[in-house]
Design a protein around this ligand. Structure first.
Ligand SMILES: [Zn+2]
Length: 92
């Protein structure tokens, strides 16, 4: 009947190891719960801004007043800045 005791001991050993792992898991879980979660990261889209050459204001290209096309395209915060840029370019 020695083999039965050995099996019982083995079972208890496995049981204690499982409980130990469970307790450690709970402690780690509690530790992680205290860390503020960053689930909202990545929701904000960053838009590359362009600089108004007249007043120096940074504007969103899609909402800006534009002048010219392609690489020579200029972006302005308002039509007033664009007109000023045009008049200064003519004078130069
Ligand atoms: Zn401007």
């Amino acid at each position: 009947m020695l083999i039965r005791w050995l099996l019982i001991l083995l079972l208890f050993g496995l049981l204690f190891r499982a409980i130990g792992r469970l307790v450690r898991g709970f402690l780690e879980g509690a530790g992680y719960a205290r860390v503020p979660g960053g689930a909202r990261n990545g929701t904000d889209k960053t838009v590359p801004l362009v600089r108004d050459p007249v007043c120096g204001t940074f504007v969103v290209p899609t909402r800006a007043v534009t002048l010219g096309t392609g690489a020579a395209r200029q972006f302005f915060c308002s039509e007033r800045c664009r007109d000023r840029y045009v008049s200064e370019a003519r004078r130069a």
